[in-house]
Design a binder for this molecule. Sequence first.
Ligand code: 13P
Length: 376
Amino acid sequence: MDLCNKLYKSIYKEIFNYNIIYYIIMNKVELQDTIRKICAPGKGILAADESTGTLAKRFASIKLENTHANRIAYRDLLFTTPNLDKYISGVITYEETLFDKSSDNILLIQPLIDADIVVGIKVDMGVKPLYGTDDETVTQGLDDLDVRCKKYYKAGARFAKWRAVLKVDVEKHLPSDLAVHENAVTLARYASICQNNGLVPIVEPEILMDGTHTSIQARDATINVLSVVYRELLRHHVDMSCTLLKPNMVRPGVSSSEKLDCAKLAEHTIFAFQHTIPVNMPGVVFLSGGMSEVEATMALNEINKYDATKPWRLTFSYGRALQASVLDTWKGNLENKNAAQEMLFKRAEANGLASNGKYVNELIDNHSLHEKDYVY
Ligand code: 13P
């Protein structure tokens, strides 16, 4: 099948040496198939794409050294979790992991491919200062992105992620128009490069939950950011039907006097989406943004229970909210591997149910996972 696909692709490239026709005929079919798999009912994405630096912080919390061997052991634990495919349809990897092998000399991603879990890759290279602004940032990594996409596709990746970071400070008028514009243009350039190289782009304009803003202010900021992002995606000829959106949920800032209320969060989030997201954009895969594991699950559940026009699949692409308890259980100790995998399965199950609005509240630890100015 793969060989046939390759043959057709090269024939079509010869006959139609024209990008748009080539994209429509060949790429689109495969991109749609990737999206269909990722958006399967009751499933979501495990974001396991922490950079080496971020994983160092995670490991430090369990007093584990950030060696290559430990990173392999941890990712291998995640990817070989029994029955992971029941609730997980895609996994975002970091470049190192895509090419890593386990101690049995098997690619770390092989168990995912065998279970028909779609492999994704973080393709951005972190944020840089946007000089002239009040500590705002823009994401880097566009140079040679096409070359990297081809390499990642060959290695088995079928979708990509690019995280743009924006912050709300009402008094300072943040996010500034400049930061919103620069990040939207960069996301659009990234999305168009990915689509033309066989990868479904996950467009991630994250508005941080740091700050004192209210949920209404967060809602307005989200509407502003998403509307500019979608304008730029259109301007860059991105095929909206072959993208996914990874946004923040709309909630008050962590230092706000307003308390988090998941029912309100659902209402504001859907309001913001109804005003900005095209109906042919197939799926929203939320980030957890530093909410506790249970908060992130409850919020997703409320969003799915909320009765309104919602023409998109609404599911999860969580990092911290799927892995915090897993790390705490594992502690870098082989003896704890099974228990840690059971923990991952449990969190995936809870979020899978929430993605259908069917989650029943658990009585477990609910501590915040928020870190100021979080980098991934
Ligand atoms: P969190 O769920 O920890 O916010 O991470 C998701 C992610 O992929 C951020 O880019």
